[in-house]
Design a protein. Structure first.
Length: 95
């Protein structure tokens, strides 16, 4: 995933990886688009309440959140990237 996002490869957007924000670390974030991307493994099936709190925190900070499973990234990276591209192109304004 990182190899597809780094170095402004996706529509010239700058992404950061493992970005600390408050009590959390975002997997990937594009600050100018206020977009957080989280990649969830199978353990997230056991952490539904934690993930809900995390999502609420991220949204309170003014970010939009997209979640993908590890399987999505591994088996359909092109589709994942296209979903991210669409989210970037429908952002509500630059920061």
């Amino acid at each position: 995933m990182w190899s597809a996002l780094r170095r402004r490869q996706l529509d010239g957007r700058h992404f950061r990886r493992q970005y600390p924000n408050g009590p959390y670390i975002f997997d990937f974030v594009c600050l100018t688009a206020a977009l957080v991307i989280e990649i969830d493994g199978p353990s997230h099936d056991q952490t539904v309440e934690y993930d809900l709190e995390r999502t609420e925190y991220i949204e309170r900070q003014g970010f939009r959140l997209i979640r993908f499973s590890n399987d999505d990234v591994r088996e359909n990276l092109g589709g994942v990237i296209e979903t991210i591209r669409q989210a970037l192109n429908t952002d509500s304004g630059e920061r």
